[in-house]
Design a protein around this ligand. Structure first.
Ligand code: 7TS
Length: 417
């Protein structure tokens, strides 16, 4: 990504410029201007991403890797070009280390089934953390059930910070894999990845990073991190749904068997013997989401022009602004106050259930996520059934945080203490 000169918080004019790139932000809901604060679930798409997909369908649509005709070549070039774009964006040494997937979930399942499953023996251990999304829990439970391996969980403290000492202790002689989120979707906590990877590698344990939340907010350099696998979804970084990527070190991918069979993942097929394709195509059976890949490439171009560091400073400002106001409300309890956080604020209110709060906010035009955020163990950890979650993206403004606060004042009227 572009390394921009360090500057302060971007000014209002810059943010308003970014906002104008997103057509959906001109929508109204229930007669109110849309205030979209559900970016951790999915981000909105800039016009350039929508245009890239449309241009592909209007001018280049054909299947990839299959035809000598011009459109197929153009489609293949655009699809493979986007792969190279992804590799550059996350600092991968080579584009063959990028496997297209439907998203983070599919990428993690791929690693669990193709990398971990053949290697796990009964009694071996897979280490995760207590703040994982279900996508980074259930695939490991499945593979543990298939192999007799055991799932170990690193705890988190009351603030939502990972207990690094326990993590280090849990990395034992039977640990074969560590799978950790770069940042938590339910709490916003950013984990000390570099340290966690170093500790795991010191014991010969490979690390998969769930980058679903971090990818749109923190510059990622997989080479510097030295992670073994990094999974993310396009739709969380202003790109399309149904496309994402798995980064994996080439040596690991080379040693992994295919996990789905079909077209494109083979070199030759007879009824007696099939030879598989080389990486990364060995892991991409069937016609892929070509338009999605092209849209994802356009999304990475879009954020690279702005610069993730610049966007992150703005989002941190929104978080600080929202935190200060919410902390001043006696009936609000913020869940997750780690020092290192993304622009995500999860909270509960006395007297009102999260879903009621979400419904009232929706009437005010404010879109937040309510519920367990696919992180039920996190809810259990803090003894709440659900939280309200506001999550910021580069196009949000302080005025939108004010709209959230006005909506919460309305909640207080409906559900007085
Ligand atoms: N991991 C984390 C940390 C996530 O936040 C999510 C999605 C996933 C994995 C799965 O990503 P997918 O694109 O494969 O579905 N998180 C959320 C969320 O917080 N609200 O809706 C989806």
């Amino acid at each position: 990504m572009n390394l921009l000169e360090p500057v302060g918080i971007p000014d209002t004019e810059a943010v308003m410029g970014w906002r104008s790139d997103f057509p959906i932000l001109r929508e109204s809901v229930h007669g109110k201007p849309l205030v979209y604060l559900d970016n951790a679930a999915t981000t909105q798409k800039p016009a350039s991403v929508i245009a890239a997909e449309q241009a592909y369908y209007e001018h280049d649509n054909a299947n990839v890797h299959r035809g000598v005709h011009l459109l197929s070549q153009r489609a293949t070039d655009a699809y493979e070009g986007a792969r190279a774009r992804i590799a550059r964006f996350i600092g991968a040494a080579h584009e063959k280390e990028i496997v297209y997937t439907r998203g983070t979930t599919e990428a993690i399942n791929l690693v669990a089934q193709s990398y971990a499953r053949p290697r796990l023996q009964p009694g071996d251990e897979v280490l995760i953390t207590a703040m994982e999304h279900h996508s980074n829990i259930v695939p490991w439970q499945l593979v543990c059930a298939q192999t007799g391996a055991l799932l170990k969980v690193t705890p988190i403290d009351d603030d939502g910070t990972l207990d690094l000492d326990v993590y280090e202790r849990l990395l034992g002689p039977r640990t074969r894999m560590a799978a950790v989120s770069h940042a938590s979707n339910a709490l916003g906590t950013v984990n000390p990845l570099a340290q966690m990877i170093e500790l795991a590698h010191a014991r010969g344990v490979p690390v998969l990073v769930d980058g679903a939340q971090a990818i749109a907010h923190l510059p990622v350099d997989v080479a510097a991190l030295d992670c073994d696998f990094y999974a993310f979804s396009g739709h969380k970084i202003y790109g399309p749904t149904g496309i994402g990527a798995l980064y994996a070190k080439a040596a690991l991918l080379d040693a992994m068997p295919p996990w789905q069979g079909g077209g494109d993942m083979i070199r030759s097929v007879t009824f007696e013997k099939t030879e598989y394709n080389v990486i990364p195509w060995r892991f991409e059976a069937g016609t892929p989401n070509i338009a999605g890949a092209i849209g994802l490439g356009a999304a990475l171009d879009y954020v690279s022009v702005i610069g993730l560091e610049v966007a992150q400073r703005h989002e941190a400002d929104l978080l600080a602004y929202a935190n200060a106001a919410l902390r001043a409300m006696p009936n609000v309890r913020i869940i997750g106050m780690a020092k290192q956080k993304l622009g995500i604020v999860s909270f509960v209110m006395e007297n009102a259930h999260a879903h009621d709060i979400g419904t009232i906010l929706d009437q005010c035009g404010v879109a937040v996520r309510t519920g367990h955020h696919c992180a039920m163990p996190v809810m259990e950890r803090y003894g709440v059934p659900a939280t309200v979650r506001a999550s910021f993206a580069l196009y949000n403004t302080r005025a939108e945080v004010d709209a959230l606060l006005d909506g919460l004042a309305r909640v207080e009227e409906v559900f007085p203490l």
